[in-house]
Design a protein. Structure first.
Length: 279
């Protein structure tokens, strides 16, 4: 991460202070460089649901330090200077930075779980650090998103991703999109650097596999009950490699995060050995 000193405070080398609470704001655009007086006076209001959470739940008081993120990698840190009512507080920015995009980009295609399992899946995938989560209408999915349910489903997933990003102290929030058909998932795999599909204990294990350190890795996670033979054939035909995550059968909501963990560690993302792709 990169940091910029705003008011004489020491800029942390590795980004914001992760011991502080994180709050999401719509955007973080610093005043133009060169206007020192304006930069020193940069204050960011936090309102709405985020403001309400900070004031009414966290009970923030003037002087307490927080971290603000916009979900795209920008972050700002500083003390609360003002609390208004039950849903608004203002932060005086002392430090600001951008989290560089890192390679490879990790995308998880998640077969839509039941509602109570979906939040768990999104929270775990967000916590381990995936870049994008795509809903998939697999054949054995019990939950089906049609019409208005698409909007409701994506909204719920995005809400879970935001909450998990704050809890995990991420400066980026994973993209949430879909739902895709199996044919669309196959097209996504064909465009990726590497495609993997969680197939079951019979497949070659993912642990220890050599993975690319650039490009995009797509991981496909089937529903409870697994992918059908037709789906596995189609995904494999598109270039996805069947993988096992161990000797046991895992719940769909958990399998994705385990696969993503192995990929993020195996590709070097967690060791700082991969290339940066700019802010």
């Amino acid at each position: 991460m990169t940091g910029t000193q705003m008011r004489g405070a020491e800029v942390p080398a590795d980004g914001p202070d992760t011991s502080l609470p994180f709050h999401v704001v719509p955007e973080l655009t610093p005043p133009k460089a060169g206007k020192d007086a304006m930069r020193a006076a940069w204050q960011v209001p936090v309102e709405g649901a985020e403001g309400r959470h900070g004031v009414s739940v966290r009970r923030l008081q003037p002087g307490e330090a927080v971290v603000l993120i916009d979900g795209t990698g920008a972050w700002a840190q500083g003390p609360v200077t003002e609390v208004t009512g039950r849903d608004r507080f203002v932060v005086q920015v002392q430090e600001y930075g951008l989290t560089p995009r890192v390679q490879p980009r990790v995308v998880v295609v998640q077969a839509i779980p039941k509602t109570e399992r979906a939040d768990e899946a999104i929270e775990l995938l967000t916590a381990v650090g995936v870049d994008e989560i795509i809903a998939w209408h697999a054949e054995r999915c019990i939950a089906r998103w049609r019409g208005e349910r698409v909007v409701r489903g994506l909204t719920r997933w995005r809400r879970a991703a935001v909450a998990a990003s704050k809890q995990a102290r991420r400066t980026t929030i994973p993209d949430i999109c879909g739902p895709l058909s199996t044919a669309e998932v196959c097209a996504l795999i064909q465009s990726a650097t590497t495609g993997l599909v969680c197939a079951g204990p019979w497949a070659p294990t993912l642990a220890g596999r050599v993975l690319p350190q650039q490009g995009q890795i797509v991981i496909v996670v089937g529903p409870e009950g697994g992918c059908t033979e037709a789906e596995l054939t189609a995904l494999s035909g598109a270039g996805a490699q069947p993988i096992a995550l161990g000797p046991t059968v895992l719940r769909s909501a958990v399998a994705g995060s385990i696969a993503a963990t192995l990929v993020l560690a195996g590709s070097g993302r967690w060791h700082g050995t991969t290339g940066l792709d700019g802010p």
